[in-house]
Write a protein that binds this ligand. Structure first.
Ligand code: HEC
Length: 272
C-alpha cells in the first residue's frame, strides 16, 4: 500500500496537461509501452492475464470451455426474436446489428450525450414499445455478449467530435480523480500500480479495459457489463458506486474506449 500511495502523488495532475484526445491517447499508450516494454500492446486486451504467466496458463485452460458460450447462444436466440410489433433489434442498428460493437460508445448530437451499446439496446426496445432491460440483469448480458461476439477481431476507432469534448473531458476527469476512503483514482491502480499485486490480484492496464465486454466473471456467476466492473472498482476504494449507464459512467466509458482506439475487440471474455 505504501508503494501505491507514494507513486501516485506524481500522477495527480496528469489528466489535465494534455491538449486534445489524440495527444491524450498517444501519451496513454506510450505510458504502457514504456512500463510494459516486453508486452505486446494488443495483449493488454486480456487484462491481467497479459501480465502474469501463471494466471494466464490457468485462464487459457478455462477458455477451453468458455463460460460465456451459453450467454452467446442465448443472446443469438434472443436477438432474432421479433418484438411484438414485428420489428427486431436488427432494425435499430447498422448492418442489422452484426459486428457493430466497435462503434460504441458514440457521441450522439441529437441528445448531446454518449450512447453505449447497452443504452442503444434499451433505446431500441423503447422505440419498439418493449420494456427496457435491467442493465445488471442476465438478458442484457446475453444480448450484448452475442453482439460483442460478432465484433471479435474488429478494432476501436471511437470519434470525439467537438460537441463530444465536454463528455470526453468529464470521463477523463473521472479517471484521474481520487475518491473514496482510500483516496485512489482509477489511474492510481491501473496506471501507477499496473502490474503490481493488490491483495492476490495483478492490476491490469487500462489500455485494454474496454475491449472484452461483457465478461463472464466467476465471482458474479453471470455475464456482466463494464459498468458493473466500474461499480466494483469504485466500491473497493470506499466510494459509492454509481448507477449503471449513468451519465458519469457513460462518459468514463467514452474516455476509456477512446484510449483503447486501435485495440482489437475480443469480447465476451472470462475473468475470475
Ligand atoms: C484499489 C485499486 C483499484 C482502483 C482504484 C480501481 N480499480 Fe479497477 N480493478 C482493480 C482490481 C484489483 C481489478 C481486478 C484485476 C484487474 O483486472 O486489474 C480491477 C479490474 C478492473 C477492470 C477489468 C479488467 C479486465 O481485464 O477485465 C476494469 C475495466 C477496471 N478495473 C476499471 C477501473 C476504473 C475505470 C476505475 C476507476 C473508476 C478503477 N478500475 C479503479 C483495482 C482497482
Amino acid at each position: 500500500m505504501k508503494f501505491l500511495l507514494g507513486v501516485l502523488i506524481t500522477l495527480g495532475s496528469m489528466g489535465y496537461v494534455y491538449a486534445d484526445p489524440e495527444s491524450d491517447r498517444e501519451a496513454f499508450v506510450k505510458f504502457y509501452a514504456e512500463r510494459f516494454a516486453n508486452v505486446d500492446m494488443q495483449d493488454h486486451k486480456d487484462g491481467a492475464y497479459a501480465l502474469d504467466k501463471a494466471k494466464r496458463a490457468q485462464w487459457l485452460e478455462m477458455e477451453e470451455f468458455p463460460p460465456y458460450e451459453l450467454a452467446v447462444d442465448e443472446g443469438r436466440a434472443l436477438f432474432s426474436v421479433p418484438f411484438s410489433n414485428g420489428e427486431s433489434y436488427a432494425s435499430c442498428f447498422d448492418h442489422q446489428g452484426i459486428g457493430v460493437k466497435q462503434q460504441f460508445p458514440k457521441f450522439d448530437m441529437a441528445s448531446n450525450s454518449v450512447i453505449t451499446l447497452e443504452l442503444a439496446v434499451n433505446q431500441c426496445r423503447e422505440a419498439n414499445n418493449e420494456p427496457v432491460l435491467d442493465y445488471l440483469g442476465d438478458e442484457m448480458g446475453y444480448i450484448t455478449a452475442y453482439m460483442a461476439f460478432t465484433s471479435r477481431g474488429e478494432h476501436f476507432d471511437i470519434q470525439v467530435p467537438d460537441a463530444g469534448l465536454a463528455a470526453y473531458e468529464q470521463g477523463k476527469q473521472f479517471f484521474y480523480e481520487r475518491r473514496g476512503k482510500l483516496d485512489f483514482a482509477c489511474s492510481s491502480c491501473h496506471m501507477t500500480a499496473a502490474g503490481n499485486l493488490l491483495r492476490a490480484e495483478v492490476l491490469s492496464a487500462s489500455v485494454g479495459h474496454a475491449t472484452h465486454w461483457p465478461a463472464y466473471r466467476f465471482k458474479w456467476e453471470q455475464v456482466g457489463g463494464l459498468h458493473k466492473r466500474f461499480i466494483e472498482c469504485n466500491e473497493q476504494v470506499g466510494a459509492v458506486g454509481l448507477a449503471p449507464q449513468s451519465e458519469a459512467y457513460r462518459n468514463l466509458e467514452y474516455f476509456l474506449t477512446y484510449m483503447n482506439n486501435g485495440m482489437e475487440l475480443n469480447g465476451p471474455a472470462s475473468r475470475k
